[in-house]
Design a protein around this ligand. Structure first.
Ligand code: GDP
Ligand code: IMO
Ligand code: MG
Length: 423
């Protein structure tokens, strides 16, 4: 079997958690392949709401196996809090969550370093989630990291060595911090982690695929936050694109099957960095209010703007998207007209390609489409879609060259419409 991948095409928070949960019944295994607790994946069903950070979104339906892959960075204390909260609500994961021994650990000092680097950047700060993501991936690449498998042998000495390196950096930065207050909780997290199956998930996934099992890889963040292709340096530190599923799980590129690319009917971004279609007036406020655009983890207001087809086409190209999923259609219900950015203008020249110069600011060129002015949240099938909504979908499909297979009309699991489109 091949492994399917679901990932965000914008700046994160597209609704990945919701759709992974919806698709879970069709899979045997759900696996996270990158990122860490910087993610906040929201799921709503039967009147309950859950926000997952490090644990895959496949844990609520049908006792499936879930995997934290080698590409993920794991904070033991946050993981413990997350898993305990789930256990308290009746979802004990110890038997059906596998964690890669090769996943890197977020140390308490990584979190402190994240804050120190941000503060040193002053007004050019990235606006990270403060979870230690950048420093942990930095240590991974510079070959100084500690991995989950390390906790099983002679961990104390490896930990001390890593911490002393970090403390030296913090001393040089003259940064004040309190390590002790977070260290105790962190070590409780390490002990908690030992209750789980810490294993070679790379071998496991390949064996399962060979036996005909189905696997869905769940992306975190979004393509425009990818460390290579996003709006660098205002990006996260992992490979958020489809290729990241290969390196983050240990599957060969030819084993990739469907690639589900997920996007909002508009666009949002949290943290700093370029956002060509951002809206600063009351229309942006209305999007934020209708879409409840506040960070799932940090509560930070998300910046809002029109859909950006230049960035989306780029994301589709990088990921080899085979099916599109459009989220949060209902957020635009009361808009008279809706704009879509079809090209950028740089120094008077128009381009449809996502440029390096994004960082210096580009001028978006828009087309304007009629709004649907209909309440979408109660819709059950695409037969009920208003003409203007269908026109919006057709316009997007034509501009993007890929079919939109799923349309989401509300946060609940049930508010999801699968379309009849042909491949
Ligand atoms: P993720 O990080 O990609 O999983 O997305 P988040 O969970 O951070 O943000 C998506 C937000 O939109 C969550 O609050 C979801 O409950 C909510 N959501 C998902 N789909 C829809 C939708 O179709 N309509 C509305 N109104 N909200 C949605
Ligand atoms: P999910 O999986 C939205 C953003 C941060 C910041 C930048 C770098 O919920 O879509 P980091 O802490 O990763 O070093 O921050 O990336 N960011 C996200 N934005 N959704 C996310 O995850 C994000 N994870 C990181 O706001 O701009
Ligand atoms: Mg999120």
């Amino acid at each position: 079997m091949k492994i399917d991948v679901l990932l965000g095409l914008q700046w994160g928070d597209e609704g990945k958690g919701k759709v992974v949960d919806v698709l879970t019944p069709g899979y045997d295994i759900i696996a996270r392949f990158q990122g860490g607790p910087n993610a906040g994946h929201t799921l709503e069903f039967e009147g309950e709401k859950y926000v997952l950070r490090s644990i895959p979104s496949g844990i609520f339906q049908g006792g499936k196996t879930n995997i934290v892959g080698n590409g993920v960075v794991l904070d033991p204390s946050l993981f413990k809090a997350e898993a305990e909260a789930l256990a308290a609500s009746g979802h004990d994961l110890t038997k059906r969550l596998l964690i890669s021994k090769k996943a890197h650990l977020i140390l308490p000092t990584h979190r402190i370093l994240d804050a120190a680097y941000e503060s040193a950047k002053g007004s050019s700060k990235i606006g990270t989630t403060g979870k230690g993501i950048g420093p942990t991936y930095t240590d991974k690449v510079s070959r100084n990291g500690l991995r989950v498998g390390d906790i099983l042998h002679d961990f104390e000495s490896k930990y001390k060595l890593a911490i002393s390196r970090h403390e030296e950096i913090l001393r040089q930065m003259n940064y004040q911090y309190d390590l002790q207050s977070i260290e105790k909780e962190w070590f409780e997290g390490i002990e908690f982690l030992k209750k789980f199956q810490l294993t070679d998930t790379d071998h496991f996934i390949n064996e399962q695929l060979n036996e005909g099992k189905t696997v869905l890889a769940e992306g975190a963040q979004g393509t425009m936050l990818d460390v290579d292709f996003g709006s660098y340096p205002f990006v996260t530190s992992s490979s958020t694109i489809c290729a990241g599923a290969c390196t983050g799980l240990g599957v060969a590129p030819r084993k990739i099957g469907e690639v589900y690319g997920i996007f909002k009917a508009y666009c949002t971004r949290v943290g700093s960095g370029p956002f060509p279609t951002e809206i600063f007036d009351e229309t942006g406020e209305l999007m934020r209010k209708n879409g409840n655009e506040f960070g799932s983890v940090t509560g930070r207001p998300r910046r809002c703007g029109w859909i950006d087809l230049v960035a989306l086409r780029y994301a589709i190209m990088l990921n080899g998207v085979t099916q599109l999923i459009m989220m949060k259609s209902d957020v635009m219900d009361n808009f008279d007209t809706i704009k879509a950015c079809v090209a950028y203008e740089i120094d008077g020249i128009e381009t449809e390609n996502f440029p390096f110069e994004i960082i210096d600011g580009v001028k978006p060129i828009y087309v304007e489409l009629p709004g649907w002015k209909t309440i979408m949240t109660k819709m059950q099938s695409e037969d009920e879609f208003p003409v203007e909504f269908n026109a919006y979908l057709s316009f997007l499909e034509e501009s993007l060259g890929v079919n939109i297979k799923i349309v989401s009309v509300g946060p609940d699991r049930a508010q999801t419409i699968i379309r009849y489109t042909e491949d």
